[in-house]
Design a protein around this ligand. Sequence first.
Ligand code: PLP
Length: 399
Amino acid sequence: MPQLAQRVGRAKPSAIMVIAEKAKQLKAAGRDIISFSIGVPNFLPGEHVYEAAREALKHDSGQYGSNRGADALLDAFLKHIEALGFSGYGRLNLSIGIGAKQVLYNLAEAMLDEGDEICFAAPYWTTYHDIADIVGAKTNVLHCGPEQNYKLVPAQLEDALKRKPKVFLFNNPSNPTGMVYTREEIAALADVLAKYPDTWIVTDDIYNSMVFDGIGYHNFVFARPELRDRLVFVDSVSKTYGMPSWRVGLIAGPESVAKAVTTLNSNHITSVPDVITAAAVAAFAGPQDVPRAKCEEFAGKRDVVVEALRAIPGVVCPRPQGAFYAFPDISVAFGKSYKGTKISNDVEFCAALLEATGVACVPGSAFGEPRAMRISYTCPTAQLKPGLERIQGFFAELT
Ligand SMILES: Cc1ncc(COP(=O)(O)O)c(C=O)c1O
């Protein structure tokens, strides 16, 4: 019997999907389910995006597309990142992928040999660990608990960089915590990064347009332009434009990295389809009223979520300032029981919560922080308060 490659054995199915599947099953069985579990923005892009896709269908080239991405998309993305604050980038600094996830996988292939080290903060987006495991990299996870607002501090980063990791992977705004780094915090981390020239820096900042409270989006290169030679910025249309199923991700970074990703593309995906490309151009270059309105809506929902969670005795909820997640520390529940069912950890908590109340949340251990759970609050507004009340009611019945 032939054996599968060892790397497949290191790949794990997503823990987030496990909860989502269970919620789906309960729903199919007739239960009233409120899902706070999946990281989808839950809105659709503007009509101009569909119009562009329809128009592209009428002019099918009958050819393969560019491995790097069509010029029109690269140009629209350049304008988009200039508006964010990146300057001096050209087409050769860019490349494309089937969503940020595939882009990140490509970057891991491009930067990490087996046994190389990659470091990133926890709580982390689950896929970081999984991709590192698949390519055989060693991970150094930097724990940033609720007591430090889930944010990496310069001393932690410095300790990690002293080990000379090949890659430092950073995420701002954060999935799963919703935390956003201020200009000053980014500048302080950038000062540390500048001292360690042998490490690639990947900033997965796909929630960059969902920042609240006037904090703004900041990147290390804004503070330290010299980091440009080894920093790769990752973006996507999935969250900003409500287009997770369209699968378009892009990078902006050094030409060598963009070329490597393009070469990898030429050996697997070849290109992003023309129709999808046209839709992504329209998203980046067209009116931005949908993302703006959604950002405001999410900021309002964030307030509702934080208020409800902080009203639960013992629950600690650092205030998220971006994306659409909250990440409360629920460890006050561990060791207690719900109607005779003992709850000793986050996984048991989320399972009992779902079973008892129909509310689906993701255990924090999926993100490297077992004291917490992730709430994704993009559900219809009418479900938000009832869902939160069910969580409050569940806590109230713990003994
Ligand atoms: C932090 C982060 N990076 C990347 C991705 C993947 O995005 P895409 O849909 O573009 O593959 C996600 C999706 O949840 C995410 O939360």
